[in-house]
Ligand binder design. Structure first.
Ligand code: SF4
Length: 652
């Protein structure tokens, strides 16, 4: 991997590397990245999806590497962490009045006093912190409180105009990053920097995307916009005393109009056009925000309070204006296959308590990534899971890269690892795929058990046969089970049904913070932990405490997910197989991540048990199985229970 990354940086050719847990992949990209940065007097950007990996890089790997490489490189390499502006405390906002923007909290004394306590704590923290970085605040505060003391890039006054700009945490982080050899950031900021052509990140010609399996979702998140009537009302309130009351009232009326038409509009994805009343309401919102914008007039430099209020109003006006214009333009193209955006209406909050939201998201981000990320830079993508069904193609397509060429004769590296030649067409980005494998011997250390005899899972919760199967497996293993369920409802149902039946303690996600639950699970061999999506990717428990990973069903996305259904239909309309390309790919990625929880250390042994029989019987089952680590496979319940009993009695 080190050689491949070095070659990629030297030749300016993109690289995708699948590197299993325990290969030391972060060192394998950090060393050539540091060398590239120092040799070319430039910055290399490393992007991660999770805070845990960011911390590992900045607190552990990079400090050690900097020391170790200093004698070789002639100077100590430098590194910095950089996040979006919203992640840093804004000293200017902190010193100003705190407008309660959230309409839900306006008349709720409890919410206001809870907010007051959080904001007071943030004031105290501001004099202790060196970085103002939200992730360093433990315990954290709710988003609504953090919003009172932070600003978005749009809301920031700009360092030259800000009265406390010289002490600004976000500016300090940017300054540090500008001088560093390595800058560690997250996928969201990387996406904003690349897609919006902004210059948040220092100038760079190389990006390493770790946890690259998450890139498309994070980029889609950045490129998704939402509009609610509450946002429009807040924009009108922010304009308040700054503009002519009649102009602000027009926006307030537009907000009420939008609220009314959204209440009556059909929920779900809108396929052919905007309902006429919604189009009318959006036009009113767009025009009223434009009028307010004009009404705000130029900035009064001599009055910092006015400048702040104006900037906060302007930021939200622009957001509302751009989103309503984008929604109005979404159906202008008549051919659905050529449309760029997908539009849908959804309920917000528990029991739809927070009203309705209009969302607009790109059908695909591949084109954007290809043009804005892969076009100007050399990109190294890496993760423990990048090949699905045995190939990089599924993810490459989502990144906007062409499929791999079939493996040429003799494309074996000396150490037996596969390398695929870049494709030859000059107009498409050139890339190579490399699977460096895993240090684990999966077929000796783990069993993949598919419960082929069980019924296909239905819509009405876990059938009794599933609960019985789980009870038998957990009993044979004497606990030590991580239950990964496709819904919180199923995780809770299994917990409630099995707690009285089993001797082993069962923790359920939501009982406490996930971090604490994982800690308790790791500390006791008998304890089981049941939960859903965040456990699929976030649990790293080496050793005997985790010897059985249970997966209740193939984690297909919901068929009514608007983006998934639109993406499937788009593939179908081009003559492809939308289900395989979109839903099965999504499920394969999650299954591989879930199964990857089992072996975390060289001495680990255990079983991945998938209760959904479709993995063995359905036509797409082969693709999904080929996406999993090569465990020893069985569908025989007696064989697997005997193996679990041996594991339970014989410490590895
Ligand atoms: S420069 Fe922007 S982010 Fe920094 S303190 Fe001023 S307003 Fe806040």
């Amino acid at each position: 991997m080190v050689r491949a990354v070095r070659d990629s940086l030297v030749k300016g050719r993109h690289l995708a590397v699948q590197a299993g847990t325990g290969t030391g992949k972060s060192l394998a990209y950090l060393v050539p990245s540091i060398r590239h940065a120092i040799a070319n007097d430039t910055t290399v950007v490393i992007s991660t999806a999770t805070i845990a990996l960011q911390r590992q890089l900045v607190d552990r790997d990079l400090p050690r590497l900097a020391e170790a490489l200093k004698p070789v490189l002639g100077r100590k390499p430098t590194f910095a962490i950089l996040k979006g502006r919203r992640n840093y405390l804004c000293l200017h906002r902190l010193s100003g009045p705190d407008p309660v923007d959230d309409a839900d909290q306006l008349f709720d004394p409890f919410a206001i006093s809870a907010m007051g306590r959080h904001v007071k704590r943030l004031h105290e923290w501001s004099s202790d912190t060196d970085t103002g970085d939200r992730d360093e605040l433990v315990p954290g505060v709710p988003d609504s409180a953090w919003r009172q003391v932070s600003v978005t890039a749009r809301e920031c006054l700009g360092v030259s105009r800000c009265p406390v700009g010289t002490d600004c945490f976000a500016e300090r982080a940017r300054h540090e990053a500008g001088r560093a050899d390595i800058v560690v950031t997250n996928h969201a900021l990387l996406a904003i920097d690349a897609l919006e052509n902004s210059t948040i990140l220092p100038e760079h010609d190389v990006v390493v995307v770790d946890e690259a399996h998450d890139l498309v979702d994070r980029v889609t998140g950045v490129a998704t916009a939402e509009l609610t009537s509450a946002m429009v009302a807040t924009a009108a309130r922010r304009c308040g005393k700054l503009i002519d009351q009649a102009v602000a009232d027009r926006l307030e009326e537009a907000s009420e109009g939008l609220d009314m038409v959204l209440t009556d509009a059909p929920l779900g994805r809108w396929e052919s056009t905007l309902p006429a009343p919604v189009a009318g309401a959006l036009t009113a919102v767009r025009d009223a925000t434009s009028a307010c914008r004009t009404g705000l007039g130029p900035e009064r430099k001599e009055d910092p309070d006015h400048a702040t209020s104006r900037k906060l109003a302007l930021a939200l006006l622009d957001e509302v204006n751009e989103t309503s214009a984008r929604l109005l333009a979404a159906f202008v193209e008549e051919d659905p296959a050529k449309r760029y955006d997908v539009v849908w209406l959804a309920e917000q909050g528990p029991d739809a308590s927070r009203g309705r939201v209009l969302r607009v998201a790109p059908l695909s981000v591949g084109g954007l990534l290809r043009e804005r990320l892969f076009g100007p830079r050399t990109v190294v993508l890496t993760s423990a899971t990048l090949t699905l069904g045995g190939s990089f193609d599924a993810l490459a397509r989502q990144w906007g890269l062409p499929a791999e060429k079939p493996k040429p004769e003799g494309a074996e590296l000396k150490d037996g690892k596969e390398e695929v030649d870049p494709i030859a067409d000059a107009d498409v980005p050139k890339w190579s795929g490399l699977d460096v494998g895993s240090p684990f011997q999966h077929e000796r250390a783990g069993i993949l058990y598919v419960a082929k005899h069980l019924p296909t899972p239905g819509r009405d919760g876990l059938p009794k046969a599933y609960l019985d199967e789980i009870a038998e497996l957990v009993t044979a293993a004497e606990g030590g089970t991580l239950g990964l369920f496709s819904s919180m409802r199923a995780a809770k149902q299994a917990t409630e049904a099995l707690r009285p039946r089993l001797e082993q303690p069962i923790l359920c996600q939501g009982d406490d913070s996930t971090g604490l639950l994982v800690k308790r699970f790791a500390e006791d061999d008998a304890t089981c932990l049941f939960g859903t999506l965040s456990l699929w990717q976030g649990v790293d428990v080496p050793g005997r405490s985790l010897r059985l990973v249970l997966i209740d069903r193939i984690p297909f996305p919901r068929p009514d997910d608007p983006l998934v259904s639109a993406r499937q239909r788009a593939v179908d309309s081009r003559g492809g197989n939308g289900f395989l390309t979109v839903s099965a790919t999504h499920a394969a990625l999650l299954l591989a991540q879930g199964a990857g929880r089992l072996l975390r250390g060289m001495d680990d042994r255990g079983v991945v048990a998938i209760l959904d029989p479709r993995l063995a019987t359905a036509r797409y089952g082969g693709f999904l199985r080929a996406s999993l680590p090569p465990f020893w496979p069985t569908t025989d319940p007696e064989v697997v229970r005997a193996a679990l009993r041996r594991l339970a009695t014989k410490p590895s």
